[in-house]
Design a protein around this ligand. Structure first.
Ligand SMILES: C[S@@+](CC[C@H](N)C(=O)[O-])C[C@H]1O[C@@H](n2cnc3c(N)ncnc32)[C@H](O)[C@@H]1O
Length: 197
């Protein structure tokens, strides 16, 4: 089973399983978005659980691989433009968004370096990339998470991703803030700024 099929099966349960746990983290992450932001991309939008925490003004576009997740996002957030697509190969031009949101997607996609590179490509210079996800530290042992990751990664999410490894591949991004969130800092809220080339 691939990720698309897995998330098609999870879709009816996703809000009940994931919704209550992360509301506060979403609110804190999205509080970085200025109300004056012109256009925001949510890459891997899922069922649209970020929608209630977005500022009122900006135009928002959401991309996701799975039609069943997008169907729920459409019900929740009719004002968001929704596109079925791949976060690792975004169907948008360079610098076409003011800010990009990557919540619970870098640990999911097979190639997180590509997903981060694509976010950096489509965001304008000076724009923010807001990340909320679970990451191991490079030297962290976490044997169970490392052992489970190849299996869990095929059907839901990897559990052994190292954010610093992804960031090293995208020199045009600078860390503005990196906060420990849930589970002793396994979950983190990270804000990046797109630097000039
Ligand atoms: C853990 S959910 C996160 C959803 C949402 N961002 C949230 O914070 O609740 C992962 C989402 O990534 C989507 N997904 C998986 N692979 C993808 C890809 N290559 N491109 C875009 N979305 C993808 C899944 O369909 C699912 O909706």
């Amino acid at each position: 089973m691939g990720l698309r099929q897995a998330y098609t099966l999870f879709a009816p349960l996703y809000d009940a399983l994931v919704g209550p746990a992360f509301g506060e983290a979403r609110r804190k992450s999205l509080a970085h978005l200025p109300p004056s932001a012109g256009k925001i991309l949510i890459s891997g939008i899922g069922t649209g659980l970020d929608a209630p925490y977005l500022p009122a003004g900006p135009l928002c576009v959401g991309v996701d691989l799975t039609a069943a997740m997008l169907k729920r996002a459409r019900r929740r957030a009719s004002a968001i433009d929704l596109v079925q697509g791949d976060a690792q190969k975004l169907p948008f031009g360079d610098q076409s968004f003011d800010h990009v949101v990557l919540h619970l997607i870098l640990a999911v996609v097979p190639d997180p370096n590509a997903a981060l590179r694509e976010a950096a490509r489509v965001v304008q210079t000076g724009g923010l990339i807001l990340i909320f996800d679970k990451f191991l530290r490079r030297d962290q042992r976490a044997p169970l998470r490392r052992l489970a990751s190849p299996w869990l990664g095929r059907i839901a999410t990897h559990t052994d991703r190292v954010f610093e490894d992804m960031l090293a591949g995208v020199p045009s991004l600078a860390v503005i803030e990196d906060r420990a969130d849930r589970v002793n800092g396994y979950f983190r809220r990270i804000s990046l700024k797109r630097l000039p080339d």
